[in-house]
Design a protein around this ligand. Sequence first.
Ligand SMILES: NC(=O)c1ccc[n+]([C@@H]2O[C@H](COP(=O)([O-])OP(=O)(O)OC[C@H]3O[C@@H](n4cnc5c(N)ncnc54)[C@H](O)[C@@H]3O)[C@@H](O)[C@H]2O)c1
Length: 245
Amino acid sequence: MENKKIAIVTGAVKGIGNSITVRLIKDNYFVVMVDVDQSNGELFESENVGKCKFILGNISNKEDVKSIFKYVQNNYNRVDLLVNNAGIIRDNMIWNMSEEDFDDVIEINLKGTWMMCKEAALLMKIQNKGRIVNITSRAWLGNKGQSNYSASKAGVVGLTRVLALELGKYNVCVNAIAPGLIDTPLTKGLREDVLEQLVNAQPTKSIGKPEDIANAVAFLGSYDTNFITGQTIYVDGGKSIGSNL
Ligand SMILES: NC(=O)c1ccc[n+]([C@@H]2O[C@H](COP(=O)([O-])OP(=O)(O)OC[C@H]3O[C@@H](n4cnc5c(N)ncnc54)[C@H](O)[C@@H]3O)[C@@H](O)[C@H]2O)c1
């Protein structure tokens, strides 16, 4: 373990998070995978012995978050990179959205990310070194039917900017990645006609791959970059530039 960097990735079992995990393992990180999906997490760990450790944990549960960091501290005594990727959607127009769907999305996407950042900040401040990469979404700019999700992801952008200010002097860079439309189990849940419309609205007329996000995480998480902090990098096929319909 001495010759490996330690990364924590949340939502590491499926979709973008799993792609990030695979990429970081390739880049000689030992990855602590946090997820609520136990069976697939344990399966991945058993197929990648010595390269990762799966921890069953809900990032919106304070006790889980504390015990994740306690485990990391006790076993590895450091964390080089935290990737806050876990997130959910519960879409609806505001007049049809339940308060529960609003609360769940904010609790996981924003408060869960904040709790993970808080524990990482405590540790990284002491070690005087660290990287945090938060996965937000292009949707923070606004998407109909996503008042809960857009608000949560806008919160993650704000959180990223503040932590860059607070942790800068401790050699900790904090950045966000804003994915656009990416081919994952989350987007596979969309209706076919809706997906087609979304792809058509892309300047590239294509859907991104989880690896596109993993590549950006590998760059921002590395120690080659010491002077990029507080930024939100769009990996969205140009969608953030404006409408292309
Ligand atoms: N797929 C896209 O098009 C897209 C676009 C923009 C942003 N994003 C963001 O990227 C991230 C990953 O998205 P994805 O498409 O891979 O999603 P996904 O649903 O395919 O995977 C999310 C993973 O997070 C885990 N998870 C969910 N809630 C959790 C919790 N409370 N604690 C721990 N783990 C939890 C799930 O079990 C799953 O393994 C999310 O933050 C999402 O908002 C995705």
